[in-house]
Each structure stands twice: as C-alpha cells, then as structure tokens.
Design a binder for this molecule. Structure first.
Ligand code: G16
Length: 544
C-alpha cells in the first residue's frame, strides 16, 4: 500500500463532518471536543510534513487551555519550541477544512508548495492535558503521524510549555536540557535553588505560596515537581483536580477577567497566591489585604517585576544589552506609562497571541513579553547569553560583576524561553521576590493599575469585526470605531477597544478609565454598540 493509500484508509476512521468549517485561531483550532477528531488526525499528518520539511522534531499538544472542559484544541510546536510558522497555519486550515474526498489533494498541495522530500524521516512529539476528551484526540494525532510513516513519542499528560521545552531540547541535541519531564524539573529547580542562595533571611512565611491549579494539568505537575525544590519553596495547592471542574470558577483566566479570587482556595489576608490556567502556560498573582480588598498582579505587573530585576543585574554586570518589553492592547495604561517613563525601557505593542509577542521579543538582546492575562516569558539572544557566560567564567571579573553575571545565568536557566510557562514564571517570580526581599504588597505598589473591565459579547459572526493597529482600532463594521471614539471621550483617562476572540466564539471588549464606575460604564456602552452594529445575538448586554 502506498503512503497516500494508507492516509486515505486511516482518514476514513477519522471522518470530517460534511460542511464543518473551523478557523485557525489565536493558538490553533479550538472548539467543542466533539468536532475535533478529524482535525487531530489531520494535524498529525501536517506535523509529520512539517517535521520532514524542517528535518527536525515537531510537537502537537492537545489542549484547549483556558476554555471550558467540554472544549478541546490543538497547538502545533515548531523546532525551537515556538508556535508553528504563520504560512503553516494556512496549511493547517486547508487540511482541517478539506472535505473527506479532497483530503489527499489538499495534502499533496502542501507537499508540492513546500517541496517536501517524502522519503525524509519525521518525528512528532505528542502531549495532552487532563480533559476527558484529550486521550482519544491525542490518539487521533498519533494515527495521523503513523499514517504518513512518521515516528512519534507520546509524552502523555504534560503542560503545554513542558512539551514546547521537550522539542527544543530534542532539536538542540540536549544543549537546552534533557528532553524528559524529570530533566525539566531538574533544570528549573536547580536554577531556583542557585538563585535563592542569594536571598538572605528568608522566613518560612516568605517561602510560602498558595497555588490554584485550575483543576488541570498544572496541578499534577506542581505536585510532581515539589520534591525537587528541596523545601526552598513551600507550595499549598488548591483546585488540584481531585474534585472541581477544569477552569470552572478558578484558574488564571477566571481570576483575571472577574478580578476576584478563585473558588476552592483558602486565602489569608496578605498571603501571596497565584493561579495557573488549564494547560499551565499562564500565571496570575494576587492577594487580599486586611480590609478584604482584592489585589491582582497580572502579566503587566509580572513583566515590570522581571524587567526591573534584569535591568538592575545588567547594570551591576556592566553589560550594555538592549532590553525591551512587549505587550498587547490589553496592557494596562499605567504599566506602559511606568515602563516607558520611569523604567525607560523600549515598549512594543503587538496583536494578541503569544506567536506575535514572541517574534517581536526576538528583535532585542533581551525581550520580556507578557500578555496581561499572564501569558509570557523572556527571550535572550544567543549573543546576550554568550556575553553573560563569558563574564561569569572570566577569572578577572570582579566579585560584584561576577555575582550579577551568575544571577543572570541562573535566570536564563530558570526561564522556559520557548513559550509562556506558569511553572517557570512562578519559580522566577518567587526567586526575584526572595532575592530582593520584596513582599507581594511592595511589588503591587510599583504602579497602580487604571481601573479596567473586560466583557464578552456574543454575535452571529465574529469575523464581521476586523481590526488594525495591533487591534487597537476596529476597521469594520462601518461606524464601530467612530462610536467607540465618541464613548471614550465621555470618560477621563479612558481607552477602549474590541476584537474577535481567536479561542472562543465571542467578541472581547476592553475598557479602562479613571474610576471603576467609569471603566464599567464604558465597557457596557461599548458592548452595547458592538451588539447593535455587529449582529449581537441573545439578550442585549445589561449594565454591570
Ligand atoms: C491563548 C493564546 C494567548 C491569548 C489567549 C486569548 O491562550 O495563547 O496568547 O491571549 O488565547 O486569546 P483570544 O483573546 O484570541 O481568545 P490560552 O492560554 O487559552 O492558550
């Protein structure tokens, strides 16, 4: 049987529902799990082609991250652990939407366009989150890989960033680390222990952190990692999946959007807490003060903490490296103002989606990228890493410079440079707070967030809304942007934008203003405008 006959035979076991069309979204295909079996099989095929093309290992992660339990999705991972290249997103859409009889034609089209040598070997790593649908969908991916004669390695239950990490380790022949979960814990935890040796007089209280695992994979993996931390960090784990539903009233997305603590978590006043999302690639910190007020430290505050720490170390090490922070339109206006005017770092704004931020961050010696929702990491250029290493190893380097260079080296080792990683970010943040002897309250007061509100509006077809200028302006439907501009003018220090979500079937509305009442009113007014101009469905949005 030829390869294509095999694909044909196998694909009939993963048939596409006639007429179903899915869009490649912010982070891959994402929808109700019952529509995804054929997509997974085909992504197995596509990953095999991508592996042949790049002559490297590729990975496929089965997850719908922050979405509800009944959804699922797929993330494709390129050789250096980054999200798959944009042109291949187009091929993914082509393959996913080809009717059953047209699949081979679509497949051959990709092979031709990319001039793929079909006799080249291919390897695909596969991972999955804890959703009940993930096991059979991951099997569909593996079936796709084997139908095209590719080799596969099934990592089973892993966080998304762990799978990204494995790919980079594999394709750098172990230079980035060992391509096992154990290797991942060893690398990150050793760096954490080295870093926290620089923290003096850390009390047991300061070493304690409460973690909301969103009832997902992150909870399992934090448990697995704990012993590697050698009691240098004490974690209390909540929403560990033993009872509650994935992402339901908990997790990073819930906490960020609702601006309130997750259910299922015991929080004492002043205690440092954090939430992961469903596949542990996002993290959000928070605490309640003695008056019961909730304080959120989101991706913007995390980016500020990390970039301040790095800038200080670069100064101590006398290293002249260009550092930038990459944000999206959701970044709180106060954070951008602080970064540009107080910290005096370069700030870039990109479209939503880690793939966009990641690419922008690659333009600098050190690129710190974070979405407000807590998705982010830090990238170091090869040259920057080399300079830091030379300094750390140079016998004539003075003590202070050497200390800073070693801290930078361990910081590089604790970071998962392939993608945002809740576990790695948590360890880095904990290490920075310990080294600086900083409380979560002191971190929170670096700057004050402008009050803000995020809402969702359901419309009949969210593709009606098109945006420009890194999603800060709506270019369609006609009149929407003008209406938003008029509404914004009614409020002080206000800003608002709308964009179609690439992971959920809704339009997102963001508003910030001088007071919470103003931000809430503006978000509501803009939601109503979207509902009226962009084909809202269901009841009209009600005031908050
Ligand atoms: C994904 C992306 C993020 C993005 C988020 C929401 O996160 O990786 O970059 O911010 O979706 O995207 P949208 O607003 O388009 O729905 P995750 O954690 O769900 O994979």
């Amino acid at each position: 049987m030829t390869q294509f006959e095999e694909v044909s035979k196998q694909s009939s076991l993963h048939p596409k529902p006639v007429g179903l069309v899915l869009q490649y979204g912010t982070a891959g295909f994402r929808t109700n799990a019952k529509h995804l079996d054929h997509v997974m099989f085909r992504m197995g095929l596509l990953a095999t082609l991508r592996s042949k093309k790049t002559e490297a290992t590729i990975a496929v992660m089965v997850t719908a991250s922050h979405n509800p339990e009944e959804d699922n999705g797929v993330k494709l991972i390129d050789p250096m652990g980054e999200m798959v290249a944009l042109t291949w997103e187009g091929y993914a859409t082509q393959l996913a939407n080809a009717e059953q009889d047209d699949l081979l034609t679509a497949l051959k089209d990709v092979i031709k366009k990319e001039a793929i040598n079909m006799s080249q070997e291919a390897t695909v790593f596969v991972g999955k989150d804890t959703r009940s649908s993930s096991a059979s969908l991951a099997q569909a991916v593996l079936d796709g890989v084997s139908a095209l004669g590719g080799h596969s390695k099934d990592y089973g239950l892993v966080t998304t960033p762990q799978l990204h990490y494995m790919v980079r380790c594999q394709n750098t022949q172990g230079k980035y680390g060992e391509a096992t979960v154990e290797g991942y814990y060893n690398k990150l935890c050793q760096a954490f222990i080295q870093l926290t040796k620089n923290a003096s007089n850390c009390t047991d209280d300061q070493k304690h952190l409460s973690v909301d695992g969103a009832n997902g994979i992150g909870a399992l993996k934090v448990r697995e990692m704990e012993s590697h931390l050698k009691k240098e960090l004490h974690l209390s784990l909540f929403n560990d999946g033993s009872e509650g539903k994935l992402n339901h009233q908990c997790g990073a997305d819930f906490v960020k959007v609702q601006q309130k603590p997750p259910t299922g978590m015991k929080m004492n006043p002043g205690e440092r807490c954090c939430s992961f999302d469903g596949d542990a690639d996002r993290i959000i910190y928070y605490f309640t003060d003695s008056d019961g007020k909730f304080h959120l430290l989101d991706g913007d505050k995390i980016a500020t903490l990390i970039s301040t720490f790095l800038k200080e170390l670069l100064k101590q090490a006398h290293l002249d490296l260009k550092i930038a922070v990459v944000q999206t339109a959701y970044a709180n206006g106060s954070s951008t103002h602080y970064l540009e005017n107080t910290m005096k770092v370069i700030v870039r704004c990109t479209k939503t989606g880690v793939k966009h931020l990641h690419h922008a961050a690659q333009d600098y010696d050190i690129g710190v990228y974070f979405e407000s929702n807590g998705h982010g990491t830090v990238l170091f250029s090869g040259e920057a890493e080399e300079k830091i290493q030379q300094l750390a190893e140079n016998a004539s380097t003075d003590d202070e410079t050497k200390r800073a260079a070693l801290l930078l080296q361990n910081t590089i080792n604790i970071i998962n440079q392939t993608v945002g990683d809740a576990i790695s970010d948590m360890l880095l943040i904990e290490a920075i707070l310990a080294i600086k002897g900083m409380t979560v309250q002191q971190w929170d007061t670096i700057y004050s967030d402008l009050p803000n509100r995020q809402l969702k509006v359901k419309v009949s077809d969210r593709r009606m809304i098109d945006t420009a200028d890194a999603e800060r302006r709506a270019v369609s439907p006609a009149g929407l942007q003008e209406a938003i501009d008029t509404l914004v003018k009614k409020h002080r220090q206000a800003r608002s934008f709308v964009r179609p979500s690439g992971t959920e079937d809704i339009v997102r509305v963001y508003a910030e203003a001088e007071t919470q009442e103003s931000a809430d009113a503006l978000a509501h007014e803009v939601s109503l405008t979207v509902y009226r101009l962009a084909g809202g469905v269901g009841d009209e949005p009600k005031p908050l």
